[in-house]
Design a protein around this ligand. Structure first.
Ligand code: IVH
Length: 716
């Protein structure tokens, strides 16, 4: 009896890898064996190896070009010597014959579905039932991703791939052997016989990498083909295409997650010999199949299962393949047997489903938002839908090309997706649901507010209202000016800006600094207290750094970083009146576009009059400490590291912490990703902390540890 293997099997050991790599280089250099038989064998061996490196391990060791050359060499040889051509040759993955029709075939063992769970309570119920059915008190579970693609079942007989089929209705599926052969992550031959297995049926899921899927869609847009809705449908669709070449083109991969049936030559069941599900997966990995290994875990308790699946729910968007949940399986085959099956699902397994990311809704109409620099953004108003726990009613459509590229029409049923913290977006219109009442979008050619004809420069995707005094642009500039990112005037939201504008109190940015607080206090819904609060915030903002001030002016292309680079180099904001274009472009990281825009702004008399008025009203225009460049010592402890602070800090404010980190050489970043090195977690750190832990690559530390790291004393 084989027991649970602890070591990791690989298809090739280091020696094999070295040999095949060197053989590839030698073949590429034009060296060839004496006899054609040997040449074919060598080329087949190295090509199989490179396909495994590329499609199973995602770690190619030769370039695509080199792979193609080896492939072509083999193809030529086989043409010259047709007698040497075998159906397991790597060149025989994609046959040229189109499949006329799919044959219905029976699965050796029915492909059942899975029962679903959504929370800890569901999992605990499952666990209790398993314990009851098996009579055991300790159960080991294997937990792995639930891939969201197209189900497949492949059969190997005498080490050769003999049949591929879709899941179909579970009992019977459609045979699609040529398509299965076109999937390079599925070996055409695998040494099952070395393990005493003569015939085996494997279950898996055909998937497309998310980044590859996006690339594919971009190409389809360029070629004028309809876009594919999502990676899942495309993978499932590619299994059922009549043209195996299309399966190959879509870059389909396949994860194998189950050995459903395995017998020896005498048809004796070999599965019990493996004892555990995990051992069969190890074997498959060793035979060259693609399995979920880093994302798979053996858990000893259902609570551990729950922690692991929740961790994966957070990591889901960072995983290269679409997954819609996790699958929990009893590891021990004998215990699986004791649990048995319902007609619908095995009782020894359950899926834990993540919250839905996609839903359909109706596109009711489109509104056009005008930004502070005049960009027009179309926004779809849709019937409310729940996506990953949030109600969505508005979805940005980005620009005109996005609408025409996807042929989105008003009245369409649209597929909406919300992934992680990303803003929701429209995946596609459901063309098949159109009834003729939908109508194409007529993108405006005039500003919907001031009627000025819109412009669009060659290298920009957005149409813009060029009228600097367009009422909406003025309001948007003010909203930005007071926002957190700019002058950070606490308690001065967009609602007040709109109201004060309507009342005629605000016309230019300077008006923000000469509001009549008595009038404000008298406004309905305002009162003395909030008027006083607003006055305090505005007075505080007057002392802001000039880098904040420059950024707050909404000069086209002048972002935070460029504002800082300029602020570092001037004493007074009005110094910029005498700056030439080259003075800007001489600054590393400032390009001609920014330079020209800032130059124009400081040569516009109207703008200068507003700035002078602001200075007269007490707005700071002189370089402050915060504007001076941060000096990083050559031996600073965090050089080259990225850092993020989360939760409540007790020894310093968030800004101060970020400044300390920057002085220590670190770069502050705002989101958790694989680029993050250090997460400083304060009190009540929430999802960011969980996500960082889940990533496993982030160094998590306390505020005190951070201070110790940068050599600062804690001031209590
Ligand atoms: S095991 C008898 N494991 O989910 C148990 N299924 O709803 C068979 N799926 O049709 C399923 N990833 O195609 C299992 N790691 C995984 C899976 C997985 C995706 C699919 C499978 C099946 C469906 C069940």
């Amino acid at each position: 009896m084989r027991t649970l293997a602890t070591q990791r099997y690989t298809m090739y050991n280091a020696k094999d890898e070295k040999r095949l790599y060197e053989l590839s280089k030698s073949l590429l250099a034009g060296n060839a064996a004496m006899f054609p038989e040997e040449q074919v064998a060598q080329l087949s061996d190295v090509i199989r190896y490179h396909e495994w490196k590329y499609y199973v391990q995602n770690n190619p060791v030769v370039s695509d070009f080199e792979y193609d050359q080896l492939y072509k060499k083999l193809e030529t040889l086989e043409k010259e010597h047709p007698d040497l051509l075998s159906s397991e040759s790597p060149t025989q993955r994609v046959s040229s014959d189109l499949t006329e029709e799919f044959k219905t075939v029976s699965h050796i063992i029915p492909m059942l579905s899975l029962d679903n769970s959504y929370n800890l309570e569901d999992l605990q119920k499952f666990d209790t039932q398993i314990k009851k059915l098996t009579g055991e008190s300790d159960i080991e579970y294997v937990v792995e991703p639930k891939f969201d693609g197209g189900s497949i079942a492949v059969i190997y007989e005498n080490d050769k791939l003999t049949r591929g089929a879709t899941r179909g209705n579970g009992a019977q599926g459609e045979e699609m052997t040529p398509n299965a052969r076109a999937i390079r992550a599925i070996p055409l031959k695998a040494a099952f016989s070395e393990h005493g297995i003569y015939k085996v049926e494997l279950r898996g899921e055909a998937v497309i990498r998310k980044d590859y899927f996006e690339k594919l869609n971009k190409e389809r847009i360029e070629e004028g083909l309809p876009i594919l809705a999502n990676a899942r449908n495309s993978a499932a669709g590619a299994l059922r295409t009549k043209d195996p070449g299309e399966t190959a083109k879509r870059g389909i991969e396949a994860f194998i997650f189950q050995m459903g049936y395995a017998v020896d030559k005498q048809e004796v069941d070999m599965l019990p010999g493996f004892v555990h599900h995990e051992a069969t997966i190890h074997l498959l990995e060793g035979l060259g199949f693609k399995v979920a290994h880093r994302s798979r875990k053996i858990c000893k308790t259902i609570e551990e299962v729950h922690d692991f699946v929740k961790e994966w729910e957070l990591k889901r968007d960072d995983y290269p393949y679409e997954i819609d949940g996790m699958v929990i399986k009893v590891n021990d085959f004998a215990l699986q047997e004791k649990c048995g099956y319902t007609s619908h699902h095995p009782r020894w397994a359950i899926a834990f489903k993540f919250k839905a990311k996609q839903a359909t809704s109706k596109l009711l109409n489109i509104e056009y938002q005008i930004g502070k620099i005049g960009s027009i953004t179309p926004v779809a108003k849709i019937e409310a839908v729940q996506l990953a726990g949030v109600t969505v009613t508005s979805v940005s459509l980005h620009n005109e090309d996005f609408i025409t590229g996807k042929d989105i029409r008003i009245g369409d049923t649209v597929l909406v997706e919300r992934a992680g913290d990303v803003i929701p977006y429209i995946v596609k219109p459901m063309v098949e649901l159109r009834d003729g009442s939908e109508h194409p979008v007529e993108f405006p050619r005039e500003c919907p507010v001031c009627n000025t004809p819109l412009i669009r420069s060659e290298n920009e995707a957005a149409w813009r209202c060029p009228n600097y005094d367009c009422e909406e642009r003025v309001i948007q500039r003010m909203i930005f000016h007071v926002s957190k990112d700019a002058m950070d005037i606490d308690g001065f939201g967009y609602k007040f800006i709109r109201k004060f504008y309507q009342l005629g109190w605000l016309r230019t940015l300077a008006d923000i600094y000469q509001l009549d607080y008595e009038q404000i206090a008298a406004l309905e819904g305002f009162g003395q207290k909030s008027a006083d609060k607003l006055r305090t915030s505005i007075n505080k903002a007057k002392k802001n750094s000039i880098r904040r001030f420059l950024h707050s002016l909404s000069v086209h292309h002048l972002g935070k970083r460029a504002s800082q680079l300029i602020a570092e180099r001037i004493h007074h904001v009005m110094d910029l009146k005498s700056w030439k274009i080259e003075d800007y472009t001489d600054i590393p990281d400032i390009g001609p576009v920014v330079a020209e825009n800032v130059y124009d702004f400081f040569h516009d008399e109207k703008q200068m009059a507003v700035l002078e008025e602001m200075e007269a009203l007490g707005v700071n225009m002189i370089q402050t400490e915060a504007d001076k460049p941060i000096e990083v010592a050559a031996d600073a402890p965090l050089i080259g590291k990225t850092i993020l602070f989360t939760g409540t800090l007790h020894h310093m404010g968030r800004k101060e912490a970020q400044k300390l980190a920057a002085e220590a050489g670190a770069k502050n970043i705002s989101a958790i990703s694989s680029n993050l090195n250090i997460l400083v977690a304060g009190e009540k750190a929430g999802s960011k902390l969980k996500k960082a832990i889940a990533l496993g690559t982030v160094e998590v530390m306390t505020e005190e540890e951070f201070l110790a790291l940068i050599g600062k004393e804690i001031n209590v």
